[in-house]
Ligand binder design. Structure first.
Ligand code: GLY
Length: 374
């Protein structure tokens, strides 16, 4: 096998090497301040915790294997993390919590920017050790690619000061929406926090969703860490549980982005796309009224697609409206059954982490406008 080369600057250039997660040992973690804010009041996950039922783990792994198979048939190299027994307590000098989460969604923790893969300072206590599942891969990439930068953002302490206590206690969806639109989130500005899946990479520009899992300090840290990039803060009023940008704002190819029509990017933040001739279109409606059982995410995983190159995209097989929209946009659409994997941490984009895409760091937004940049 060829030696690893790490390099990826966006989500749409030709994909050559990728990490696909695994569902083994995944737990529903016990409630903590950060997860309280994310799990909807009427969710079937409320009050539950512990290892997920084994038959659902097996179904999810089957779907993940289907994705691996599709990618390998297209000569895309695939690596897998090493799951650890997630059903163990997390104990640090600052907190304890009853279990960990899992390693189905590498996208949440690993941020690939050029030749660097960075593990993110995530705000869920149950996800504190998640990066360990990727340690063996990172060591291998480090040994095989002399240019690979193996990085980690400052480990957060996640003391109680990192969260607003009582945030979202017994409030209506309308009140939640008011709070999230006003940029009032469960995480405080006590220390830098972000999930990698809140960071949208488009060449020289990184668009970060300010939400439940990413704070301003996290974005400031990213800007200082990547001085040659421009880091932008974006937010999407209309999402009562804003975490992770990839079911909300998804670039399809240079010049084209789909936006969740229930979570529109505000006009002031849209200006940079207009000024650089990028078209922002509404994503198609999801085909389902509800997510699958025991799922953190919304029905909008319909738009959580994996782009293989400027003309080819993998989308969930039952999402008929999304498939049709992508087809009309001129893509070769590869439908893949994946819903059984959703409860383990998301859709096709979430379940993957970039190692190598062709292409270089382009400046897609030479006309910068005031309004978003950190
Ligand atoms: N945060 C992804 C979604 O559920 O829409």
């Amino acid at each position: 096998m060829n030696k690893t080369v790490v390099s990826s600057w966006n989500d749409f250039d030709p994909l050559k090497h990728v990490i696909v997660g695994r569902a083994d040992f995944t737990c529903i973690p016990p409630s903590e301040l950060a997860t309280e804010a994310k799990v909807p009041e009427d969710s079937d996950m409320r009050g539950m915790w512990g290892p997920r039922p084994q038959h659902t783990v097996e179904l999810a792994n089957e779907k993940l294997a289907g994705l691996v198979n599709l990618l390998e048939q297209r000569d895309i190299r695939v690596d897998r993390p090493e799951p650890i027994q997630w059903n163990q307590e997390v104990i640090t000098p600052d907190f304890t919590t009853g279990s960990m989460f899992g390693c189905m969604p590498p996208r949440d923790v690993l941020l690939t920017v050029g030749k660097e893969i960075l593990s993110a300072p995530m705000s869920f206590r149950c996800r504190y050790w998640e990066y360990l599942a990727y340690h063996g891969l990172m060591q291998r990439y480090f040994d095989e690619d002399p240019g690979f930068r193996w990085e980690q953002a400052p480990r957060p302490r996640l003391t109680d000061a990192a969260y607003q206590n009582g945030y979202f206690d017994e409030i209506t969806i309308a009140e939640r929406l008011k709070r999230t639109a006003a940029l009032d989130f469960v995480t405080t500005e006590h220390e830098p926090l972000f999930d990698a899946a809140d960071v949208l990479r488009i060449g020289k520009d990184l668009f970060c969703q300010h939400g439940l899992t990413t704070n301003r300090r996290g974005m400031q840290w990213l800007q200082r860490h990547y001085p040659d990039h421009r880091v932008h803060a974006v937010n999407f009023p209309g999402d009562p549980y804003p975490i992770h940008i990839d079911a909300t704002f998804v670039p399809l190819r240079p010049g084209l982005i789909m936006n969740n029509p229930n979570r529109r990017l505000p006009d002031a933040q849209r200006r940079i796309f207009k000024a650089n001739d990028w078209e922002v279109i509404d994503a198609a409606q999801p085909a389902h009224d509800t997510p699958p059982p025991l799922c953190y995410s919304s029905v909008w995983l319909s738009m959580n697609v994996l782009i293989l190159d400027h003309k080819t995209v993998v989308a969930e097989a039952s999402e008929v409206h999304q498939l049709e929209q992508l087809d009309k946009l001129g893509f070769e659409v590869l439908p893949l059954a994946f819903r059984d994997a959703y409860p383990f941490g998301g859709g096709l984009h979430c379940a993957t982490g970039d190692v190598l895409r062709e292409g270089s760091c382009e400046d897609y937004f030479p006309n910068q406008v005031a309004g978003t940049q950190i």
